[in-house]
Design a protein around this ligand. Structure first.
Ligand SMILES: Cc1cc2nc3c(=O)[nH]c(=O)nc-3n(C[C@H](O)[C@H](O)[C@H](O)COP(=O)(O)O)c2cc1C
Length: 275
Protein backbone atom coordinates (compact mmCIF):
# COMPACT_ATOMS: atom_id res chain seq x y z
CA UNK A 1 0.00 0.00 0.00
CA UNK A 2 1.31 3.43 -0.96
CA UNK A 3 0.41 6.47 1.07
CA UNK A 4 0.35 10.08 -0.08
CA UNK A 5 1.04 13.23 1.88
CA UNK A 6 0.22 16.72 0.57
CA UNK A 7 1.84 19.93 1.71
CA UNK A 8 -1.28 22.10 1.62
CA UNK A 9 0.79 25.30 1.80
CA UNK A 10 2.61 24.66 -1.51
CA UNK A 11 -0.11 22.72 -3.38
CA UNK A 12 -1.62 24.99 -6.05
CA UNK A 13 -4.64 22.75 -6.46
CA UNK A 14 -4.19 22.77 -10.25
CA UNK A 15 -5.12 19.09 -10.56
CA UNK A 16 -2.21 18.14 -12.87
CA UNK A 17 -1.44 15.13 -10.66
CA UNK A 18 -5.06 13.99 -10.92
CA UNK A 19 -4.94 14.24 -14.71
CA UNK A 20 -1.66 12.35 -15.25
CA UNK A 21 -2.34 9.44 -12.88
CA UNK A 22 -2.45 6.48 -15.33
CA UNK A 23 -5.00 4.63 -13.20
CA UNK A 24 -7.14 7.64 -12.27
CA UNK A 25 -6.56 6.98 -8.60
CA UNK A 26 -6.50 10.61 -7.45
CA UNK A 27 -9.23 13.21 -7.08
CA UNK A 28 -9.37 16.77 -5.77
CA UNK A 29 -10.70 17.10 -2.27
CA UNK A 30 -13.50 19.59 -2.91
CA UNK A 31 -13.14 21.38 0.41
CA UNK A 32 -9.37 21.75 0.64
CA UNK A 33 -8.62 21.75 -3.14
CA UNK A 34 -5.77 19.28 -2.69
CA UNK A 35 -5.41 15.83 -4.26
CA UNK A 36 -6.25 12.65 -2.38
CA UNK A 37 -6.54 8.98 -3.25
CA UNK A 38 -9.98 7.74 -4.30
CA UNK A 39 -11.27 4.91 -2.12
CA UNK A 40 -8.94 1.90 -2.53
CA UNK A 41 -6.55 4.02 -4.66
CA UNK A 42 -3.51 3.47 -2.49
CA UNK A 43 -3.77 -0.30 -3.02
CA UNK A 44 -4.04 0.06 -6.79
CA UNK A 45 -1.22 2.61 -7.15
CA UNK A 46 1.55 1.31 -9.45
CA UNK A 47 4.16 3.59 -7.90
CA UNK A 48 5.02 5.28 -11.19
CA UNK A 49 5.62 8.63 -9.45
CA UNK A 50 3.95 10.69 -12.17
CA UNK A 51 1.88 12.62 -9.63
CA UNK A 52 4.84 14.09 -7.78
CA UNK A 53 7.12 14.30 -10.85
CA UNK A 54 4.67 16.52 -12.80
CA UNK A 55 4.41 19.06 -9.98
CA UNK A 56 7.34 21.58 -9.86
CA UNK A 57 6.95 22.86 -6.28
CA UNK A 58 6.81 19.28 -4.99
CA UNK A 59 3.98 19.31 -2.46
CA UNK A 60 3.30 15.60 -3.02
CA UNK A 61 5.17 13.08 -0.95
CA UNK A 62 4.56 9.39 -1.58
CA UNK A 63 5.60 6.82 0.99
CA UNK A 64 7.96 5.43 -1.69
CA UNK A 65 9.43 8.61 -3.23
CA UNK A 66 9.57 12.35 -2.90
CA UNK A 67 11.31 15.46 -4.17
CA UNK A 68 14.32 14.94 -1.94
CA UNK A 69 14.96 11.39 -3.14
CA UNK A 70 14.54 12.10 -6.87
CA UNK A 71 16.55 13.92 -9.54
CA UNK A 72 15.29 17.26 -10.86
CA UNK A 73 14.74 17.29 -14.64
CA UNK A 74 16.25 20.40 -16.24
CA UNK A 75 14.80 20.49 -19.77
CA UNK A 76 17.49 22.91 -20.95
CA UNK A 77 20.03 20.11 -20.40
CA UNK A 78 18.24 17.67 -22.74
CA UNK A 79 19.62 17.12 -26.26
CA UNK A 80 17.80 19.00 -29.02
CA UNK A 81 15.83 17.31 -31.82
CA UNK A 82 18.78 17.05 -34.24
CA UNK A 83 21.04 15.64 -31.52
CA UNK A 84 18.45 13.01 -30.60
CA UNK A 85 18.07 12.02 -34.25
CA UNK A 86 21.83 11.73 -34.80
CA UNK A 87 22.27 9.79 -31.56
CA UNK A 88 19.57 7.25 -32.39
CA UNK A 89 20.54 6.88 -36.06
CA UNK A 90 24.26 6.90 -35.25
CA UNK A 91 24.17 3.98 -32.83
CA UNK A 92 25.72 0.85 -34.30
CA UNK A 93 26.05 -2.75 -33.22
CA UNK A 94 29.63 -2.99 -32.01
CA UNK A 95 31.37 -6.31 -32.64
CA UNK A 96 35.03 -5.29 -32.64
CA UNK A 97 36.30 -4.40 -29.19
CA UNK A 98 39.50 -2.92 -27.82
CA UNK A 99 41.54 -5.32 -25.73
CA UNK A 100 40.43 -3.52 -22.60
CA UNK A 101 38.31 -4.86 -19.76
CA UNK A 102 35.02 -3.25 -18.85
CA UNK A 103 34.81 -2.28 -15.20
CA UNK A 104 32.05 -3.28 -12.81
CA UNK A 105 31.45 0.43 -12.25
CA UNK A 106 30.75 1.00 -15.97
CA UNK A 107 28.25 -1.86 -16.08
CA UNK A 108 26.58 -0.58 -12.91
CA UNK A 109 26.25 2.84 -14.57
CA UNK A 110 24.64 1.26 -17.67
CA UNK A 111 22.21 -0.74 -15.57
CA UNK A 112 21.39 2.30 -13.49
CA UNK A 113 20.20 3.94 -16.72
CA UNK A 114 18.52 0.83 -18.18
CA UNK A 115 16.35 0.41 -15.08
CA UNK A 116 14.46 3.54 -16.19
CA UNK A 117 13.13 1.74 -19.29
CA UNK A 118 9.33 1.52 -19.43
CA UNK A 119 7.73 -1.66 -18.11
CA UNK A 120 4.14 -2.91 -18.22
CA UNK A 121 2.15 -1.52 -15.26
CA UNK A 122 5.50 -0.25 -13.97
CA UNK A 123 6.18 -3.75 -12.65
CA UNK A 124 9.89 -3.43 -13.35
CA UNK A 125 10.22 -7.19 -13.80
CA UNK A 126 13.68 -7.15 -15.39
CA UNK A 127 16.62 -8.71 -13.56
CA UNK A 128 20.21 -8.88 -14.75
CA UNK A 129 22.99 -11.44 -14.97
CA UNK A 130 26.46 -10.17 -15.88
CA UNK A 131 29.39 -12.21 -17.14
CA UNK A 132 32.55 -10.24 -16.52
CA UNK A 133 35.80 -10.83 -18.41
CA UNK A 134 36.79 -12.56 -21.64
CA UNK A 135 37.29 -15.90 -19.92
CA UNK A 136 33.73 -16.17 -18.64
CA UNK A 137 32.38 -14.99 -22.00
CA UNK A 138 34.53 -17.56 -23.78
CA UNK A 139 33.10 -20.33 -21.60
CA UNK A 140 29.58 -19.15 -22.50
CA UNK A 141 30.51 -19.11 -26.20
CA UNK A 142 31.88 -22.65 -25.91
CA UNK A 143 28.70 -23.95 -24.29
CA UNK A 144 26.57 -22.15 -26.89
CA UNK A 145 28.63 -23.68 -29.70
CA UNK A 146 28.24 -27.13 -28.13
CA UNK A 147 24.46 -26.64 -27.93
CA UNK A 148 24.44 -25.61 -31.60
CA UNK A 149 26.44 -28.71 -32.52
CA UNK A 150 23.98 -30.96 -30.68
CA UNK A 151 21.10 -29.43 -32.64
CA UNK A 152 22.99 -29.88 -35.91
CA UNK A 153 23.65 -33.55 -35.06
CA UNK A 154 19.93 -33.96 -34.35
CA UNK A 155 19.27 -32.44 -37.84
CA UNK A 156 17.27 -29.56 -36.36
CA UNK A 157 15.80 -27.48 -39.22
CA UNK A 158 16.16 -24.39 -37.03
CA UNK A 159 19.90 -24.99 -36.59
CA UNK A 160 20.37 -25.43 -40.32
CA UNK A 161 18.15 -22.44 -41.14
CA UNK A 162 20.04 -20.13 -38.78
CA UNK A 163 23.44 -21.13 -40.12
CA UNK A 164 24.71 -22.79 -36.94
CA UNK A 165 27.15 -24.98 -38.90
CA UNK A 166 29.35 -22.01 -39.89
CA UNK A 167 29.22 -20.64 -36.33
CA UNK A 168 30.35 -23.97 -34.88
CA UNK A 169 33.04 -24.43 -37.51
CA UNK A 170 34.46 -20.93 -37.00
CA UNK A 171 34.29 -21.36 -33.21
CA UNK A 172 36.42 -24.50 -33.52
CA UNK A 173 38.93 -22.53 -35.58
CA UNK A 174 39.26 -19.94 -32.82
CA UNK A 175 37.05 -17.33 -34.49
CA UNK A 176 34.29 -16.34 -32.05
CA UNK A 177 31.28 -15.22 -34.07
CA UNK A 178 28.93 -16.08 -31.20
CA UNK A 179 30.14 -13.66 -28.50
CA UNK A 180 32.63 -11.74 -30.69
CA UNK A 181 35.32 -12.14 -27.99
CA UNK A 182 33.55 -9.44 -26.00
CA UNK A 183 34.91 -8.64 -22.52
CA UNK A 184 31.43 -8.69 -20.98
CA UNK A 185 27.93 -10.08 -21.56
CA UNK A 186 24.87 -8.62 -19.87
CA UNK A 187 21.63 -10.61 -19.75
CA UNK A 188 18.20 -9.17 -19.00
CA UNK A 189 15.83 -11.83 -17.74
CA UNK A 190 12.40 -12.19 -16.20
CA UNK A 191 9.95 -14.79 -15.01
CA UNK A 192 8.36 -16.95 -17.73
CA UNK A 193 4.95 -16.62 -16.10
CA UNK A 194 5.05 -12.80 -16.12
CA UNK A 195 3.25 -11.66 -19.29
CA UNK A 196 5.06 -8.31 -19.23
CA UNK A 197 8.58 -9.66 -18.72
CA UNK A 198 9.61 -10.50 -22.29
CA UNK A 199 8.79 -7.08 -23.73
CA UNK A 200 10.19 -5.28 -20.70
CA UNK A 201 13.50 -7.16 -21.11
CA UNK A 202 13.67 -6.21 -24.80
CA UNK A 203 13.12 -2.54 -24.02
CA UNK A 204 15.66 -2.63 -21.19
CA UNK A 205 18.17 -4.22 -23.57
CA UNK A 206 17.56 -1.41 -26.03
CA UNK A 207 18.05 1.18 -23.29
CA UNK A 208 21.27 -0.59 -22.32
CA UNK A 209 22.55 -0.52 -25.90
CA UNK A 210 21.77 3.18 -26.27
CA UNK A 211 23.24 3.99 -22.87
CA UNK A 212 26.43 2.15 -23.87
CA UNK A 213 26.71 4.30 -27.00
CA UNK A 214 26.15 7.44 -24.93
CA UNK A 215 28.86 6.49 -22.43
CA UNK A 216 31.52 5.62 -24.99
CA UNK A 217 31.03 1.87 -24.75
CA UNK A 218 29.81 -0.41 -27.55
CA UNK A 219 27.12 -3.08 -27.43
CA UNK A 220 25.69 -5.75 -29.69
CA UNK A 221 22.77 -8.12 -29.21
CA UNK A 222 23.92 -11.70 -28.63
CA UNK A 223 20.89 -13.39 -30.18
CA UNK A 224 22.40 -16.89 -30.37
CA UNK A 225 23.40 -16.79 -26.72
CA UNK A 226 19.89 -15.64 -25.83
CA UNK A 227 18.43 -18.67 -27.64
CA UNK A 228 20.91 -21.03 -26.03
CA UNK A 229 20.07 -19.78 -22.52
CA UNK A 230 16.37 -20.37 -23.12
CA UNK A 231 16.75 -23.71 -24.89
CA UNK A 232 19.67 -25.43 -23.15
CA UNK A 233 19.57 -26.29 -19.48
CA UNK A 234 23.38 -26.39 -19.37
CA UNK A 235 23.70 -22.84 -20.71
CA UNK A 236 20.87 -21.57 -18.51
CA UNK A 237 22.53 -23.03 -15.42
CA UNK A 238 25.91 -21.63 -16.42
CA UNK A 239 24.58 -18.06 -16.45
CA UNK A 240 22.79 -18.66 -13.14
CA UNK A 241 19.14 -18.45 -14.21
CA UNK A 242 16.45 -20.52 -12.51
CA UNK A 243 14.19 -22.82 -14.63
CA UNK A 244 11.38 -20.28 -14.06
CA UNK A 245 13.33 -17.52 -15.83
CA UNK A 246 13.68 -16.60 -19.48
CA UNK A 247 16.43 -14.46 -20.96
CA UNK A 248 14.83 -11.56 -22.85
CA UNK A 249 17.91 -9.64 -23.99
CA UNK A 250 21.61 -10.54 -24.14
CA UNK A 251 24.13 -7.85 -24.91
CA UNK A 252 27.84 -8.04 -25.61
CA UNK A 253 29.58 -4.99 -24.16
CA UNK A 254 33.08 -3.61 -24.67
CA UNK A 255 35.03 -0.55 -25.73
CA UNK A 256 34.64 0.01 -29.48
CA UNK A 257 37.83 -0.59 -31.47
CA UNK A 258 36.62 1.64 -34.31
CA UNK A 259 34.50 4.74 -34.63
CA UNK A 260 31.83 4.90 -37.34
CA UNK A 261 31.82 8.10 -39.34
CA UNK A 262 28.68 7.55 -41.41
CA UNK A 263 25.13 6.42 -40.88
CA UNK A 264 24.34 3.46 -43.16
CA UNK A 265 21.09 3.42 -45.12
CA UNK A 266 18.01 1.56 -43.94
CA UNK A 267 14.70 0.65 -45.58
CA UNK A 268 12.10 3.40 -45.64
CA UNK A 269 9.49 3.12 -42.90
CA UNK A 270 6.56 0.95 -44.02
CA UNK A 271 3.40 2.58 -42.76
CA UNK A 272 -0.30 1.96 -42.91
CA UNK A 273 -1.95 5.37 -42.51
CA UNK A 274 -5.58 5.43 -41.47
CA UNK A 275 -7.01 8.91 -41.78
C1 LIG B 1 17.17 -9.59 -31.57
C2 LIG B 1 18.54 -9.32 -32.16
C3 LIG B 1 19.50 -10.32 -32.13
C4 LIG B 1 20.78 -10.08 -32.66
N1 LIG B 1 21.74 -11.03 -32.55
C5 LIG B 1 22.98 -10.79 -32.99
C6 LIG B 1 24.02 -11.76 -32.82
O1 LIG B 1 23.83 -12.83 -32.25
N2 LIG B 1 25.25 -11.47 -33.30
C7 LIG B 1 25.52 -10.28 -33.93
O2 LIG B 1 26.65 -10.07 -34.34
N3 LIG B 1 24.57 -9.33 -34.10
C8 LIG B 1 23.30 -9.55 -33.64
N4 LIG B 1 22.32 -8.59 -33.77
C9 LIG B 1 22.66 -7.28 -34.36
C10 LIG B 1 22.06 -7.10 -35.75
O3 LIG B 1 22.76 -7.88 -36.67
C11 LIG B 1 22.15 -5.59 -36.10
O4 LIG B 1 21.29 -4.88 -35.25
C12 LIG B 1 21.78 -5.28 -37.55
O5 LIG B 1 22.69 -5.88 -38.44
C13 LIG B 1 21.74 -3.79 -37.84
O6 LIG B 1 22.96 -3.15 -37.53
P1 LIG B 1 23.01 -1.92 -36.50
O7 LIG B 1 22.52 -2.44 -35.16
O8 LIG B 1 24.42 -1.46 -36.44
O9 LIG B 1 22.08 -0.88 -37.03
C14 LIG B 1 21.06 -8.81 -33.25
C15 LIG B 1 20.08 -7.82 -33.26
C16 LIG B 1 18.84 -8.05 -32.71
C17 LIG B 1 17.82 -6.95 -32.68
Amino acid sequence: MITIEIDTKTCKGDGKCVEVCPRHLLRMNEKERVPEFISGGSDMCINCGHCFAVCPPGPIKLSTMNVESSTPLDHSKLPDARQVELFLKGRRSIRAYKDEPVTKGSIEKLLDIARFAPSGINRQPVKWAVLMGKEKVRELGGLTSKWMEELLTAKSPMAEGLGFSILVETWKNGDDRICRSAPCIVIAYGLKEDPMAAQSCLISGTYLELAAFGLGLGACWAGYVNMAINMSETVRKFVGLSPRANAGACMMIGYPKYRYSRIPLRDPARIIWKT
